[in-house]
Design a binder for this molecule. Structure first.
Ligand code: FEO
Ligand code: CA
Ligand code: CA
Ligand code: CA
Length: 632
């Protein structure tokens, strides 16, 4: 500690003097461990080199590529700060569908200044596109199931102050523009288009009937006046990332559901309810949607259990437009980002999942029953074991089963309050787990840890310590990283694994030490806040960002949010696409013939894609190679 006169001390100095850090910080131990071991990439270790940059100055300034890949068939796109999409030379892009485009010929027209009217807002493509999957249902028909994560209130209600709903009708507009769209798509002479009036087109939104199954179904805390059985709810909400099952269903993931609820007459005081609200962030005012003032279902003064009925993985059969979506409580309740499946050698289904909040956890679920192609899959996601990740500094880790014995909670309580169960077993607090992806060419999983300004600064909402730890080594983490694990015995059902960091994002131009990033980050490919992540069929990992696109200060040289391709073997990362200013690039899928890539552009700031005079419109774009060759 420097000798600083008291009157010149900053709050940080004062804190340091009164609460000195231990000589050996958790991070230094991690560095030592990491250097003494080899990461998965061999030679230049993704984790080891990054750690060395941070911890020892030994490799300070190392920004060389981890390795050059010959697997990328494109030249890197430079950063951009403009209002459109850029792809590499030899590729082209076009718009498939925009917020407000018709799914049915009776849909209301989109007004460039006012958006979509409330009546008929369930007949158009929803707002703020996010996770998506394409399904080939035979006879040459292809369906895309895609999330609409949230509604931009100011754009949807431009005549209301701050976009605040002023009527039940306004609330219905917002409710119907979110959720999920299922739509048939086809490639014609003018490129890819939505097949308007296809019998498969469907909107699933905040008022669509759902079935609740699994351990929490029927529990007293799941019952409401409208549903005294606790097995049938309305609506899926804040559908963020996505996933699919091997049997052709879509998994939509409920993330920041808490923001839709509020209380007109105070929050309930019951201890169990209050503890759950605190951990999941349900409060009196909500996030400005004001549903609770117009729709009693969202008023926790009147319907205190309603928030327990969201925060799940929801299974939708896109090929059956009359099917009722199923909320699978077995897979836990938290702010679900996405769901990535793997099959264990014995046929059991593994689903990896992240809980996107600062200092929350990474989860794995293992089905009780085995998947048999062509067999009955209707209850495969109904019974199984939820586990949570614990990372050790020696680069080993385990999935700790959330059982009644380990948590002193019932199975139903573990399903409804999974965060509390995970805290009880000492799970590793993470830097906001966003998308998880499973490599189809190697037995390994990846998770984007997008950023975490609270790392080492304050505990999570459950009071768990968030000191820097193995996969989350940087205090007040601004840039994010991607953790990777390899299950023991090459078996995704195994409860132990080894891990490393695939990349630590950073800025080698303006930052030193930890924030310069790992060896596979350089001034050419740098980015921040990895979020979306999907493997293509060839084993390339596609990384999408949702970060600071100011292109200033510590983010100088990173430009707009983007999509990059990563080689899991060499570690090379190359920028493939840049989004319009203000947007997040999120959601990725491919046509069955792998000649088209569908990419989501969420919440652009500029009037993308229609140009001046129009509201900005979240959109799905199609990307192809000029020569029509495979693209994934
Ligand atoms: Fe909806 Fe965590 O992104
Ligand atoms: Ca996300
Ligand atoms: Ca994000
Ligand atoms: Ca988003």
């Amino acid at each position: 500690m420097k000798d600083i006169p008291l009157h010149e001390m900053s709050p940080d100095d004062w804190d340091e003097m009164n609460f000195p850090r231990p000589d050996v910080q958790g991070f230094d131990e991690v560095v030592e461990e990491a250097i003494s071991r080899r990461g998965f990439m061999g030679g230049v270790l993704a984790f080891g080199s990054g750690a060395a940059v941070m911890g020892t100055a030994m490799l300070k300034g190392t920004t060389a590529m981890a390795g050059q890949s010959d697997r990328f068939a494109f030249a890197q796109v430079p950063i951009q700060t403009d209002s459109t999409v850029h792809v590499p030379e030899g590729y082209n892009w076009d718009v498939l569908v925009r917020w407000g485009d018709p799914l049915f010929s009776d849909a209301p027209a989109f007004d460039p200044a006012n958006g979509v009217p409330s009546a008929g807002s369930d007949r158009v493509f929803g707002e703020n596109t996010d996770g998506m999957e394409l399904f080939n249902i035979g006879s040459g028909r292809e369906l895309i199931a895609v999330n609409s994560e949230y509604a931009n209130r100011k754009e949807n209600l431009p005549n209301n102050e701050d976009g605040t709903p002023a009527s039940a009708e306004d609330v219905v507009l917002l409710q119907q523009l979110q959720g999920v769209t299922v739509m048939e798509v086809a490639e014609g002479p003018d490129g890819w288009e939505v097949v308007v009036d296809s019998p498969y087109n469907r909107r699933i939104h905040h008022n669509t009937p759902m079935v609740i199954d699994g351990p929490a179904a029927g529990h007293d805390l799941m019952k409401t006046e409208a549903d005294p059985t606790g097995t049938a709810s309305l609506g899926t909400m804040n559908n963020c990332g996505a996933g699919r099952t091997p049997w052709g269903t879509y998994l939509t993931c409920e993330e920041n559901f808490n923001g839709y609820f509020g209380a007109t007459e105070g929050l309930p005081t019951d201890d169990v309810l209050a503890a759950g609200y605190t951990r999941y962030g349900v409060n009196e005012d909500g996030w400005g949607y004001d549903y609770h003032k117009w729709d009693a279902r969202f008023d926790v003064s009147k319907n205190p259990n309603e928030p327990h009925r969201v925060g799940y993985i929801v299974e939708i059969d896109p090929a059956d437009p009359d099917s009722t979506p199923v909320k699978h409580t077995a897979l836990g309740r938290f702010k679900h980002e996405n769901a990535a499946y793997a099959l264990a050698p014995d046929g059991r289904v593994v689903i990896y999942m992240g809980d996107d909040e600062r200092g929350e956890f990474m989860y794995k679920w293992l089905s009780r029953d085995k998947y048999v192609p062509g067999g009955d899959t209707s209850t495969l996601l109904s019974e199984g074991q939820l586990s949570v990740a614990k990372f050790n500094t020696d680069m080993s880790g385990e999935w700790v089963a959330l059982t009644p014995a380990a948590t002193d909670m019932t199975e139903a309580e573990i399903a409804m309050f999974s965060r509390m169960a995970a805290s009880k077993v000492g799970a590793t607090t993470m830097d906001r787990p966003e998308w998880v992806a499973v490599n189809p060419r190697a037995v390994e999983g990846y998770c984007c840890l997008t950023n975490n300004k609270n790392r080492g600064v304050k505990p999570n909402a459950g009071g768990d310590d968030t000191s820097p730890n193995g996969p989350n080594p940087r205090e007040a983490n601004k840039f994010g990283q991607i953790v990777r694990w390899r299950p023991s015995g090459d078996n995704h059902a195994s409860n132990t694994f080894e891990w490393d960091l695939y990349v630590m994002a950073g800025n080698p131009k303006t930052q030193e030490g930890p924030y310069a990033g790992s060896a596979n980050v350089n001034e050419g490919n740098m980015f921040n806040s990895p979020d979306g992540m999907v493997f293509d069929s060839t084993g390339i990992v596609w990384i999408q960002t949702d970060g600071d696109d100011s292109n200033e200060d510590e983010f100088e040289g990173m430009g707009n949010n983007q999509m990059l391709a990563g080689d899991p073997v060499t570690g090379e990362i190359r920028r493939f696409l840049t989004g319009p200013v203000g947007s997040e690039v999120t959601g990725l899928t491919w046509s069955s013939d792998k000649r088209t890539m569908f990419v989501g552009i969420q919440h652009p700031d500029a009037p993308f894609p229609d140009g001046e005079g129009s509201l900005p419109r979240s959109s799905i774009v199609v990307v192809k190679r000029d020569d029509g060759a495979l693209i994934g």
